[in-house]
Design a protein around this ligand. Sequence first.
Ligand SMILES: [Zn+2]
Ligand SMILES: [Zn+2]
Length: 223
Amino acid sequence: MIPHFLKTKQLLNLFFPKQCISCKKEGSFLCDDCLSLIEVNHFQYCLCEKLEKKNKCNCCKKRNLDKVFSATSFENKIVQKAIHKLKYSYIKELSIPLAYLIIKHLQVIDCQISNDFLLVPIPLSNKEKRLRGFNQSEEIAKIISEATKIPLFDCVKKIKETKPQRKENIKDAFLITRDVSNKKIILIDDVYATGSTMEEVARKLKESKASVVWGVTVAREIS
Ligand SMILES: [Zn+2]
Ligand SMILES: [Zn+2]
């Protein structure tokens, strides 16, 4: 069941014209002018905060996630607002410009994604998904999949409620539900901060014999 407040929000979206979250111009939730002001990263971080070209630094070598790509910086106020509105004001449509930023970033850094990769959004628990009405990472992944033809692959389930950024809590929160042996996987999420969620999903996937696990996010939060 969709909670009552969500229905109200969705109704409001129908009756009031869409307005850019940044400049307030009518027509869309993030207008082309404001979207074009968001700079995509021309570089790549290691899983930690070191800037790296191709390989992980020595400290990150043992981690299960092989690479991470973040389209832009969470410092950018428009990006921050767009992600916040997508997640907490339930403006699902904002997943379109956010997915566009990811696609643009992947083109800019020429990341060599071959066509045997699979897109896997970081899942929400059933309770979290019910509250929001959708999974923002899944919405972003769907658009990337449509644009790039990289197939979506639903193979991870979140089986435990977690508090964000609590490492001890995230352990064993995910379950691999399909055969991922020898598969190359790209995990999709909105923000990469400590990376503990992505690392835990990557750990589970590698445990189930996935060959490669990359992470791709809209924004990177540097502490
Ligand atoms: Zn605007
Ligand atoms: Zn590192």
